[in-house]
Design a binder for this molecule. Structure first.
Ligand SMILES: [Zn+2]
Length: 138
């Protein structure tokens, strides 16, 4: 399998909590992440496919434009809890990887390549990834 990966970074705040629980219960579950704080997130986007006659699966600049338009323009310097997708869902790295994968999968439609993987780094040593599954082809 041939693939390309581009990495992005953005700054964002979040506060992990479940509205149905008390503050004490949220602190017990999420620890310090129950308080408003920020991260410098890193996002890796991998496309798998075949190069066209130019020798590219997709121009890195084109991929950058799509990720900026679909994700970064809204996520950078935002409180993620303000975004519609995390209003009722905690902005954990896991939920972010799932949501970003689904969003980019709709924006990256091609017969030659497909979105293969999204990785969201919350810190340098902690990340979540979402890879394509068989059920995604249905
Ligand atoms: Zn956090």
């Amino acid at each position: 399998m041939l693939s390309i990966t581009k990495e992005f970074s953005f700054h964002a705040a979040h506060r992990l909590h479940l509205p149905s629980l008390s503050t004490e219960e949220n602190v017990r579950i999420y620890g310090n992440c129950a308080k408003l704080h920020g991260h410098t997130y890193r996002l890796q986007v991998t496309l798998a496919g075949l190069p066209d006659e130019t020798g590219m699966i997709l121009h890195f600049g084109t991929l950058k434009g799509i990720v900026e338009r679909e994700i970064l323009n809204r996520y950078d310097h935002a409180d993620l809890s303000d975004l519609a997708e995390y209003r009722h869902l905690p902005a954990t790295a896991e939920n972010m990887a799932e949501h970003i994968f689904r969003t980019l999968d709709h924006a990256l439609v091609s017969k030659r390549f497909r979105l293969e993987r999204v990785v969201v780094f919350e810190t340098a040593t902690a990340w979540a990834s979402r890879s394509r599954e068989e059920s995604d082809y249905a």
